[in-house]
Design a protein around this ligand. Structure first.
Ligand code: GLA
Length: 352
C-alpha cells in the first residue's frame, strides 16, 4: 500500500480533512478525502501517455462544504429523492428535511456527503482505503443507528472498486451512491457532449413535470432519446425537444439496468475519441442515474478550472428513486442486524 495522506483544509467547524492517494502499477491513481468519503481525483494516462484527471472536483474541503453539486461524494443515507420529504415504514411516519422544493434530495443538507468520515487503517487492503461513519437513530430523520462504511480500492485491471456496507439496529432505508462526475477528456476539458455512452437498460423511469421525481412509470427506452442500448454520443439527442429531457434540462433520469440485481453486471460504457479513454461501470444495484451535469454552472474547481453545464456525466448506481412512496417500484429496506453490501466498479482502459 502506498498511501500518502496530506492535509486537505479545515471544515468551518475547524476539523481537519485528509487527502489520501491510492496508486497502482497500471497508471490509475485516485485521491480520496475523508470529507464526504469523496473521490477528489482519478488520474489515468490517455492513448498518448498524457495523464488526465477524469473527475470534477475541488482543491480543498472548502469547495465540497460550500458546493451543491456533490462532486465525487458518497451520498447517503438515501441518495436521490423522497417525495414530500416523508415516508412510512412499518406503520410509522418519518420526516426528513425538504431541500428541493417540498422534496428531499440526497438526504438533505446534513447528508453523509458533508460529514467527516473516519479512516479505518486496520481494514485497509493493498491500494484500498475504508471510510466509516456512525449515523445515530433519527439522523436526518431516518430510523435506526446505522454503521456505514465505504471502501475505495484500485484493482490490478485498472478499476476503481467502491464497496458499501451498512448495518442498522432498526429497519431503515438505505441507498448509498457515489456522485462522481466523469469527463474522459479530463475534468477541465469542457463539455462531454461528444463522448460516447452506452447504457445496459431497456427501461428508464420518466420524471414529473413539477419535480425531478419519477412519475412511477417504468417506460421502454426504445424509440426515445433514452435509448443508449447502442453507443451514442451524449449530445446526439440532448437538445431534441423531448419532453422528458426538457423537464430535467438534459439527462437526469433513473435507468433500470438489465439483468438481475444482486449480481455484478455491466451497467454502462463510455468512450472518448479524443483521449482514447474508455470506461465501464459494473454494479450489483438495480438502477443507475444518468445525469449530464445540467445544473452545474460557473463552479470553480480544481487547479483553476471552471466547470459549466454538461462538463461531466454521472452514473450514480442506486435503488429506484422514491421507491418507498411509489407503488410498483421495488423497495429495499435494510432489516435490523442484517448486513447491507453493494459494489460498483468503474473500470478504465484504452480503446484499441
Ligand atoms: C443528482 C440529481 C440531480 C442533481 C444532482 C446534484 O444527480 O438527480 O438532479 O440534483 O444530483 O446536483
Amino acid at each position: 500500500m502506498r498511501r500518502t495522506p496530506r492535509e486537505f483544509g479545515k471544515t468551518f467547524s475547524g476539523q481537519a480533512a485528509e487527502l489520501c492517494r491510492l496508486t497502482t502499477a497500471n497508471g490509475l491513481e485516485a485521491d480520496v478525502t475523508d470529507y464526504g468519503a469523496t473521490l477528489v481525483s482519478l488520474r489515468y494516462p490517455d492513448q498518448n501517455g498524457k495523464v488526465r484527471d477524469l473527475v470534477l472536483g475541488y482543491d480543498s474541503v472548502l469547495g465540497y462544504e460550500t458546493g451543491s453539486c456533490y462532486f465525487g461524494a458518497t451520498v447517503g443515507r438515501n441518495a436521490n429523492r423522497i417525495r414530500g420529504a416523508v415516508f412510512d415504514l412499518n406503520g410509522q411516519e418519518y420526516h426528513l428535511s425538504a431541500n428541493e422544493g417540498r422534496n428531499n434530495l440526497h438526504s438533505g443538507p446534513n447528508g453523509y456527503s458533508f460529514r467527516l468520515w473516519q479512516i479505518r487503517e486496520a481494514e485497509q487492503k493493498e491500494n484500498a482505503i475504508t471510510f466509516h461513519l456512525s449515523s445515530p437513530d433519527g439522523d436526518q430523520g431516518f430510523p435506526g443507528n446505522l454503521e456505514a462504511s465505504v471502501t475505495y480500492e484500485l484493482t490490478g485491471d485498472g478499476a476503481l472498486k467502491i464497496h458499501y456496507e451498512a448495518v442498522s439496529d432498526q429497519s431503515t432505508l438505505i441507498n448509498m451512491t457515489n456522485h462522481g462526475y466523469f469527463n474522459l477528456n479530463g475534468h477541465d476539458s469542457g463539455n462531454v457532449l461528444n463522448q460516447w455512452m452506452e447504457l445496459e437498460a431497456e427501461y428508464y423511469t420518466p420524471v414529473c413535470a413539477s419535480s425531478a421525481l419519477p412519475t412511477g412509470e417504468i417506460r421502454e427506452v426504445a424509440g426515445t432519446p433514452f435509448d443508449f442500448r447502442r453507443p451514442k454520443k451524449i449530445g446526439q439527442e440532448i437538445e431534441d425537444g423531448d419532453i422528458q429531457i426538457g423537464r430535467a434540462g438534459g439527462y437526469d433520469h433513473n435507468f433500470v439496468i438489465n439483468g438481475v440485481s444482486g449480481a455484478l453486471r455491466k451497467a454502462a460504457s463510455a468512450f472518448s475519441e479524443e483521449s482514447g479513454i474508455a470506461m465501464e461501470v459494473w454494479t450489483d444495484l438495480p438502477c443507475v442515474q444518468f445525469y449530464t451535469a445540467n445544473f452545474v454552472e460557473g463552479q470553480k474547481g480544481k487547479e483553476g478550472a471552471v466547470y459549466g453545464k454538461r462538463s461531466g456525466f454521472c452514473l450514480e448506481t442506486q435503488y429506484f428513486p422514491n421507491s418507498i412512496n411509489t407503488p410498483g417500484f421495488p423497495v429495499f429496506v435494510l432489516q435490523p442486524g442484517k448486513r447491507w453490501e453493494a459494489t460498483t466498479i468503474y473500470r478504465f482502459y484504452h480503446m484499441a
